[in-house]
Design a protein around this ligand. Structure first.
Ligand code: SAH
Length: 358
């Protein structure tokens, strides 16, 4: 298991220290005991870090100065700082460009719905999956985010908005199931009752379809929503859009989804980005409906967000509507996704890219 010691010299003074925000409560208990302190102190520290999301040890006012000093010398609290913030004029969506402590940039998005505030977090700096319509992957994957760096996105959005975050979607930059261990640890920390205590049922995790990892996740039997980026009704079209389709066939992927749904009793959510003349025909809709028949699922149709470099154009409204009607007529639950923040490029990767190519 990873020891969560910060290795890279790019983190400056934090190098060689323990990444305390990535530690679970039992680990923190061991740490405080090793420092010659009572175990209950760990719970206090954990609550400062995760419930109150403090950014320095000095803010832990019920912890003695000597313990704070000891913590400071062996551990670091990683941060994300808001480098840029874009606010949509149409809705309350905010997009953040965040700087990590090693100088890398990531993005997160805050969306306001009737039921509460949702933050969309990144799980990697960049992405290696190579989906043809996506901006996050254009420069490849730089590195995985630590559990703490995923958490910081939630804490930073909450601090900036002054309102509690109730829902989380892991749909920002990166492929969550390629950073499996850190993502699982993030889930454990963010749902901890001594921390933000966010309900697992309010968390969605989106994957391009790493089949063996879907089975691993299935064994955990978590109550989160698994969202699968399907984007095509067959392998031929999917391969044109997503390189991962060359590794796992749609048949294998849908079987994994069906098994996942049977085991966890959680409805699968399928993402379908509609690209003009690629995957948006009526035949595609009928083929998709046939494939999904029998799986408890929900389809989200979203006109692709046009990214200049990809050359993919979004389907027109009428085509999306017709596609949706065909799915509905086959008793498939479908929504055309409300497009939040369309004026601020709220799709993954666009902001970081515009920023770093300047
Ligand atoms: N790697 C994961 C999660 C990150 S992407 C995944 O593939 O699911 C989150 C969602 O945004 C995915 O469904 C992805 O296919 C979609 N997406 C990426 N770029 C997009 C774009 N330009 N327009 C519409 N959806 C896009």
């Amino acid at each position: 298991m990873a020891d969560y010691v910060i290795k890279s010299s790019k983190y400056g003074q934090a190098q060689g220290k323990k990444d305390i925000l990535s530690m679970t409560l039992p680990e923190l208990e061991k740490e405080t005991e090793a420092l010659g302190e009572k175990k209950f102190r760990a719970k206090q520290i954990f609550s400062w870090l995760h419930e109150h999301s403090v950014q320095s040890f000095d803010e832990m006012t019920n912890i003695s100065k000597s313990l704070r000093d000891k913590l400071e010398s062996g551990c670091a609290i990683l941060h994300t700082s808001i480098e840029k913030k874009l606010c949509s004029e149409y809705d309350n969506t905010k997009k953040y460009l965040l700087k990590l402590d090693d100088g890398e940039y990531i993005e997160s998005v805050l969306m306001r719905y009737k039921y509460g505030q949702t933050v969309c977090v990144s799980t990697q700096v960049g992405c290696a999956m190579g989906c043809k319509f996506c901006a996050s992957t254009l420069d490849g994957c730089v590195r995985n985010l630590t559990p703490s760096e995923i958490l910081c996105q939630v804490y930073s959005a909450e601090r900036d908005s002054g309102e509690k975050i109730s829902h989380i979607v892991l749909m920002g930059m990166g492929e969550p199931l390629e950073n499996y261990d850190n993502v699982l640890r993030f889930l454990e920390l963010v749902t901890d009752e001594n921390g933000k205590n966010i309900s697992m049922r309010h968390i969605s995790i989106s994957t391009c379809g790493i089949v063996p990892r879907i089975y691993d996740l299935m064994q955990k039997n978590l109550q989160l929503t698994l969202s699968v980026s399907l984007h095509a009704p067959n392998d031929e079209i999917r391969k044109k859009m997503m390189p991962i389709a060359r590794k796992y066939s749609i048949a294998e992927l849908l079987k994994a989804c069906e098994d996942y749904e049977k085991k966890t009793h959680r409805r699968i959510s399928f993402e379908y980005a509609m690209v003009k003349d690629v995957n948006d025909s009526e035949d595609c809709a009928r083929e998709l409906a046939g494939r999904l028949n029998g799986t408890l699922c929900h389809v989200n149709l979203i006109p692709v967000n046009e990214v200049r470099e990809t050359g993919m154009k979004k389907s027109d409204e009428k085509t999306v509507e017709k596609f949706s009607e065909i799915l509905k007529s086959q008793n498939i639950a479908v929504t055309v996704r409300r497009k939040l923040g369309s004026d601020i490029n709220a799709s993954c990767g666009q902001l970081r890219r515009n920023f770093s190519s300047k």
